[in-house]
Write a protein that binds this ligand. Sequence first.
Ligand code: FES
Ligand code: MG
Length: 591
Amino acid sequence: MEKLTKTRRFRSEDWFDNPDHIDLTALYLERFMNYGVTPEELRSGKPIIGIAQSGSDLAPCNRIHLETVKRVKDGVRAAGGIPIEFPTHPIFENCRRPTAALDRNLAYMGLVEILYGYPIDAVVLTTGCDKTTPSNLMAASTVDIPAIVLSGGPMLDGWHDGELVGSGAVIWRSRKRLAAGEIDQTEFLNLAMSSAPSAGHCNTMGTALTMNSVAEALGMSLTGCAAIPAPYKERGQMAYRTGVRIVEMAYEDLVPSKILSREAFINAMKVIAAIGGSTNAHPHLMAMARHAGVEITPEDWNTLARPIHLLANIQPAGKYLGERFHRAGGVPAIMWELLNAGELHGDVPTVTGRTMSENLQNQQSHDPEVIKPYSTPIKKAAGFAVFSGNFFDFAIMKTSVISADFEQRFLSKPGSKGVFDARAVVFDTSEQYHTTINDPALNIDGNCILVLRGAGPIGWPGSAEVVNMQPPDYLIKQGITSLPTLGDGRQSGTSDSPSILHVCPESSVGGGLAYIQSGDILRIDIANGICDVLLDKGELALRKQSSIASAPESQTPWQEIYRNTVGDLSQGAVLELGTKYRKIAQNLPRH
Ligand code: FES
Ligand code: MG
């Protein structure tokens, strides 16, 4: 390995090699010996490489990192750094109640304090499950020490009776089959279990694979990192190379603020569209951009990302799963297509030390069935549609999952020009939806839109993945398997529902959604991103004089802090006061 030269003194040297404070230096040094690092080594001027361990028994989607980190440490040592592993707050999407979204800002905040308050010169961010990627990158921006993402990778592809079954996606599909009486509960569970055959995160293009792809698209992980399945041998090799590279980055002082430019975020937005990525990528990208001090507007999503074609044939927008995505070339193959279509900023710096276009040389798709050429995509102009209307300011819809059936029933009725009216059936809570959806008194038919409120960051609290509501069982039995839905919450990235999500302002803070009633007619124009309630202004104003449904009480201190500090989903639902702290590592904490 080449001899590395410092561009400046490492921040850890202020702890371990401070001649003005030998007493403090002694205190800092002595306990590290318990771990086997010698004082001589700590004082040798080598960089201390933090390894933010996101895996644990409570974070099974990231548990592969208990293994990958061993290889990271080998790489760090080989390159002349000192690895120090520490835990981050667990975030387990499926299991954390009332929702894992509550923990993204908590994990962010915790990691900021660790990276700032301890003698860490550079950090390897281990990511996997949905929120682990954005929380890590948000913190990396705030602190601004050299940082690199090591994804854990998706699980192997799931199979059941000779058919691919993908994480989450199989749940949404099987729920409908259960409602239609085609399968029983045992078969339902078997299908779900089959979708999770190995270590790793969700194998569909859900939020996890989307966000790890985003990290790579931003230039924050080594080329090809995102899609390698967790158990593959390449995953361990990637871990080793990531360990080597972060030491070099420490010497180069290659900090996130040199990489996370507006151009990098625009690249990532376009990749999200091309992979048919999760709707949750919207608030997470906004959150990462806000902490990086980069402005991204709803207009950017509409004008830059929406026209991008869908290239990845991966569930839920397509057919295949993570293994095929990786073998077809993964994120680099997607980006190669975008670059050659003139849709990418190729000259942006990345963690490799090279530009994105240099990273993408010879990275074209090996399998056009899975990653399509830009000239013959799966679907044209398939990014998110951004909405506003006379009762809200912002919402989004994932257009890549608009099915032929949905298209036919709502968008291509004769004379409709893609605009349709739907009768609202409103639920105040997700519990109310579940207990009453099959009640014939609700009179739900194929012309209805299911509306859910109280599911935003403050209302839930945390903003829940509950808006992808399925129709009543009797409609499913008639073959109507989906209805339009709208709400101030989110939906799983593994869902193929073209819901109108993240309505802002949310109902719990008095947004117009609070005043919509069952029976109201909503007029929806997807092409132009408009959703209006057909009521005159006077009627809307009158309704706003009534009080709104109250949100549940906070049950933990963090829930209360979260509610008092969070912004709305259109702006990433960040800890608002956190965005003013940037590049804080420039100033050392006092002794
Ligand atoms: Fe953790 Fe999908 S539930 S990655
Ligand atoms: Mg999810």
